[in-house]
Each structure stands twice: as C-alpha cells, then as structure tokens.
Write a protein that binds this ligand. Structure first.
Ligand code: HEM
Length: 385
C-alpha cells in the first residue's frame, strides 16, 4: 500500500477560493509542485507544465474510466478523434460564424442600453457564452436556462467532489444530447448546416461515432465554451474597468485588442486546471510522483511564472505569444482557440464601441470558486456612448 504524501495545501480553503490567482502564485513560488488530497500533484511552474504537455508517453490523458473525446485520450486513439473534430474549428468556419456572434452580442448589449449599473456576469458574460454555444451547435435558444443551471451545478459538484451529483449531471447532459439527436433524426437536419447533425454522420476509423462519443464531444465543447468563455468575458471587462488608460487605448486602436485579450487572460486565466496521470515513476519540480500518480496542470500559475514572464503581474505589450499557455500546447492544444479569440474579440469590440466608459462600482466583485475562476458577480458602471 502506498502512503499518500502529507498535503501541502487545501484547494477548497477559503483563502484559496477568495483569491485563486494569489494562492497559486504563492504555491508555485513555495513548492513548484504541491500535493493536496483533492488535486493530488499540482504542477505550477511554466517549464514543468510545458515538459508534461510535450511528453504524452509518461504523462497520459487517460485520467478517468469515463469516455472523454478527445481530451481523455492518448495517441493513437487521440489522433483519430482529433482529426475528426479539427475541421469544425477551421478559420473559414470561424469566420462564417462571426456574424452570428455579432448579432447575439448586439442583442445582449441592446437589452442593457441605458442601464448605468449591471452585474456583468449575469447580464452579459453568461448569456453570451451560452447563447453562442447553442448557436454553434445548432441548438435552440430555449436551452439557455437549462444549460446555465447545468454549468453552475457542475462547477459546484466538482468542487464538492460530489460523485452522485456529478453522475446525475452527466446523465442530464446525455438526456439533452439524446433530445437533440432525436429531433435531428425526426426532422432530417442537414449535416452541412448543423454541427450536431454533422457529428451524427461522422465516422472515426471507418466506424460511425457512437452515442457516447457524440455526447462526450458535445459535453467537452459545451464545458469549454460556457465555463471558459463566460469567465474570460468577465475577466476582460473587470480588467478594463480597473484600467481606464488601457480601455482608452483599445477604443482608439481596435487593432491592438487581440494582443490585449491574450495578455489580460495570461494575467488572470479563465481556465484553472487540466489533468494527467503518470504512466511510470517521474520526478517533477524535485518531487517524486509514482506510476499512476494523478497530476493537475495549473494554467493560471504557469502563465504567471516570473522565470518566464518578467514582472508577471503587469500588463505588458510585446510579450512573446509562444510563452502564453492560455490555450495549452502540444497535441491537446485547444482546437477552439481561433473560435474563442473571434468570440472574445467580437464581445470586446462591441462593448468598447457601445460604452464611453466602463468602471468598477463601490461594491467589490465576488470571486468564482474553483473549478471556475474569474467572477461569480461583477458589478460594473456603464456610461453609454
Ligand atoms: C477562453 C476560452 C478557452 C480556453 C482558455 C481554452 C483552453 C484550453 C486548454 C488550455 C486546453 C488544453 C487542455 C489539456 O492540455 O489538457 C484546451 C483543450 C480543448 N479545448 Fe479549449 N479553451 C477555450 C475555449 C474552447 C472552446 C470555445 C472550445 C470548443 C467549442 C474548446 C474546446 C476544447 C477541446 C475539445 C479541447 C481538448 C483538445 C484535445 O484534447 O485534443 N475550447 N482548451
């Protein structure tokens, strides 16, 4: 029997939940790799995270007995499924989807017109992420409430490590997917026009995708989209509200917005962790991890490592984009990065054009709890243009 190491920290503690960014910075500087009962081996340094991303033989993505397409797979299975999903995220598809994002953004901003103070998360970030996700998959907008609630409950159950609740949530999502597939079978939806219908006709290694694989792919995209995009939209608005000078620069020079978005999201990452498992005994940051050891990669911490980013807590123009691990690296690098950059770009450009100023209010924002990050509530003052 192997004896678990003494925990270095508790990811659920109030101190961590109140300020995840500061907590992970501290942990990285103290330990490099830290053990906890919840996340097991947290890897926090940039070089260590990068090394793991590039070594999928010793660090496997098969972290659970549940199917997870393609993020819970290793080559050669991963390679086949990855080839299946990549065509959904080409630059051409992303551009074709841009007008839909612009329309959704305009409708949401229109509904807020004239309001001087809003909770940006509830009023914009969450509905933006959910509506865009429904539109991307060809799902009806009346799923908005169910998906929003599902996403919040899924975060709460993950933090509590509530197995029965997580199983019930997986079953609920499969139910949504089954409904979507039934509707498409009944209506004969065109696979050229509808992403979900297209997945129903897709094949991998000469075989049609099973219902489990379709549900897993759609769950992966939904979690990717709703969680990270909503968090990112909140983080961007908060940073700009706190930095009026940057807001003015980006309003005057929209061409600089893409670089600013990636740099703000380096400072405050919208995705906290992903998992790996060691396939053999390994040493990471001076710690011995046994074969089968569970590893948690901390994006938010690696992206603020002072050994790679000078003055890591400062917004700086001209940083090397290769160093930014916002969308990961290696074979599992985010396939949705171009889509995500387009969506965030559309939201930011429209917001900066619609309001003359964005400012914090007297009420402090409420931080979101792990596995989410960013804000649960973000009161902002808007002065309309
Ligand atoms: C700000 C938004 C986003 C961020 C920060 C983000 C970040 C990441 C990162 C860091 C990974 C690597 C995970 C790993 O190595 O284990 C990843 C993978 C992935 N992301 Fe994203 N992502 C975002 C948005 C999206 C969107 C919009 C989609 C799709 C609709 C998406 C779909 C995926 C998928 C399917 C994978 C797994 C790829 C694989 O295992 O080969 N992501 N993402």
């Amino acid at each position: 029997m192997t004896i678990a190491p003494t925990p270095d920290w508790n990811p659920r503690s109030d101190a961590v939940q109140q300020d995840q960014i500061a907590a992970y910075d501290h942990l990285r500087d103290q330990h490099g790799a830290a053990y906890s009962e919840m996340l097991h081996w947290s890897v926090l340094g940039h070089a260590d995270v990068l090394r793991i991303l590039q070594d999928h033989e010793r660090f496997s993505n098969v972290v659970s007995r549940h199917v997870a397409v393609p993020n819970g797979m290793d080559p050669p299975e991963h390679t086949a499924y990855r080839a299946l999903i990549e065509p959904y995220f080409t630059q051409e598809r992303v551009e074709a989807f841009r007008p839909v994002c612009e329309r959704i953004t305009a409708e949401l901003l229109q509904a807020l017109q004239g309001r001087r103070e809003v909770d940006w998360v509830a009023a914009f970030a969450l509905p933006f992420a959910v509506r865009i996700q429904c539109a991307f998959m060809g799902w009806p907008m009346d799923l908005e409430a169910e998906l929003t609630e599902w996403s919040a409950r899924s975060h709460a159950a993950t933090l509590a490590q509530d197995r029965p609740a997580l199983d019930a949530l997986a079953a609920q999502f499969e139910g949504i997917v089954a409904r979507m597939l039934d509707e498409r079978r009944a209506s004969g939806a065109d696979p050229q026009q509808d992403v979900t219908a297209s997945l129903m006709h897709a094949t991998v290694l000469g075989q049609p995708l099973g219902a489990d694989a379709i549900a897993s792919i759609l769950r992966n995209w939904t979690v990717g989209e709703i969680g990270t995009i909503a968090a990112a939209v909140g983080i961007l608005a908060q940073w700009l509200a706190e930095h009026a000078d940057l807001q003015a620069t980006l309003r005057a020079e929209p061409a600089r917005q893409p670089e600013a978005i990636d740099e703000i999201l380096r400072l405050h990452g919208p995705l906290v962790t992903n998992r790996r498992v060691a396939t053999c005994p390994v040493e990471v940051a001076g710690r011995q991890i046994p074969a089968g050891g569970r590893i948690t990669l901390h994006w938010t911490s690696a992206n603020r490592d002072p050994r790679v980013f000078e003055a890591p807590g400062e917004f700086r123009w001209g940083r090397n984009p290769q160093d930014n691990l916002l969308y990961g690296a290696g074979i599992h690098v985010c396939p949705g990065a171009a889509l995500s950059r387009m969506e965030l770009g559309v939201a930011l450009r429209a917001l900066l054009a619609a309001v003359a100023s964005l400012a914090p209010t007297a009420q402090a924002p409420e931080p979101a709890h792990y596995p989410a990050i960013g804000f649960a509530r973000l009161p902002l003052q808007l002065r309309w243009a």
